[in-house]
Write a protein that binds this ligand. Structure first.
Ligand code: UDP
Length: 339
């Protein structure tokens, strides 16, 4: 049985990925410091899969604790590294906290991989590395432009750290998955996105508004150069995203990678505007969203969506779930949270 270490495995994308790996027959070990997730997620994973993953609670940016962990636990076929802070606005306020957490944890993991000959790493990267691309859809060959937040910069620097470490380490290899906008929840509605406080992201804000937790959704800008004036993103169902980690892991484990550091765009290949999201959500749930048009949000780009040709061809992966599936599952998750 292949064994996977999932850091940040009680978080949003991590928990969905843990479920997919257990269902694919992997032994799953999770590390999380629960800074942005709840321990109950482990029971939820067990409810879905019948298996409760082995769990270690500690902070991966702690050098000693991480070294101690790897000394005792080293026989992983692959490590999937999710554990990181991810709020763009907060990263502008607290850059050192972001650099320290996101980069130290990565370096501690790479050190463990070097020390104990763990060969395969999947890294959670982001389409934020492309900024506002000149050409759309954006391919993996598009230039990496200067990040406009410390959060975005941690993803760029992390990819460079991985690249340099691989170049200096025999047998180490990695795939960075550049996520577009993950949304939705598992069909069981037992796991999903659990934002602390006021959500920054569009979909949790939408579901909380419909649930009456927030009064009104602000649509940030309707004067963009897009067909309806609102900004465009590539919204991917979190379960499709989780499955991309599975195929990427299998690629590394079976040595099918072409180079020792590969990057893939993980999106749907479709762009949807904020207004399209609102309209589709209303259609599939039958609920009305109370919204108003507000000024643009600082730092937002106008439009981005993925060219997924390379991921589809090389990984043999493609999305299976629609935007409607994703939005409905988000609403079902929100309802379950309130029940
Ligand atoms: N957005 C919005 N209102 C909100 C939150 C987000 O209009 O309350 C817009 C945001 O401006 C962007 C899109 O929804 O165009 C997706 O934003 P999100 O924060 O979910 O992801 P991002 O692409 O910024 O990482």
């Amino acid at each position: 049985m292949n064994k996977v270490l999932i850091t940040g495995g009680t978080g949003y994308v991590g928990s969905h990925t843990a479920v997919e790996f257990i269902e694919a027959g992997f032994e799953v070990v999770i590390i999380d410091n629960l800074s942005n997730s709840k321990i109950e997620v482990l029971d939820r994973i067990e409810k879905i899969t019948g298996v409760k993953p082995e769990f270690h609670e500690f902070d991966l940016s702690d050098n000693q604790k991480t070294a101690d962990f790897f000394q005792k636990n080293k026989n992983f076929d692959v490590i999937i590294h999710f554990a990181a802070y991810k709020a763009v606005g907060e990263s502008v306020q607290k850059p050192l906290m972001y650099y320290r957490n996101n980069l130290n944890s990565l370096m501690n993991i790479l050190q463990g991989m070097k020390d104990y000959q763990i060969e395969n790493l999947i890294f959670s990267s982001s389409c934020t590395v492309y900024g506002q691309p000149e050409k759309l859809p954006v391919t993996e060959k598009s230039p990496i432009i200067k990040a406009n937040s410390p959060y975005g910069n941690t993803k760029q620097i992390a990819e460079e750290i991985i690249f340099d470490t691989i170049n200096s380490t025999k047998n180490l290899k990695s795939i960075a998955l550049r996520y577009f906008n993950p949304i939705g929840a598992h069909k069981s509605a037992l796991i999903g996105e659990l934002p602390l406080g006021v959500p920054n992201n569009l979909i949790p804000y939408v579901t909380q508004t419909v649930a009456g937790i927030r009064e009104q959704l602000s649509v940030f800008g309707d004067d963009y150069n897009t067909p309806d004036g609102t900004a465009i993103r590539d919204y991917i169902h979190v379960v499709d995203l989780a499955k991309a980690h599975l195929v990427a892991s299998e690629r590394l484990i079976s040595n099918k990678n072409k180079t020792n550091f590969e990057t893939f765009n993980i999106g749907t290949g479709n762009g949807n505007s904020v207004m399209e999201i609102i309209n589709t959500f209303e259609e599939v749930t039958g609920k009305k969203i109370n919204y108003k048009i507000s000024p643009r949000r600082e730092g937002d780009i106008e439009q981005v969506w993925a060219d997924t040709t390379y991921a589809n061809k090389e990984l043999g992966w493609k999305t299976e779930l629609s935007l409607a599936d994703a939005l409905l599952s988000s609403w079902n998750w929100q309802k379950k949270l309130m029940s």
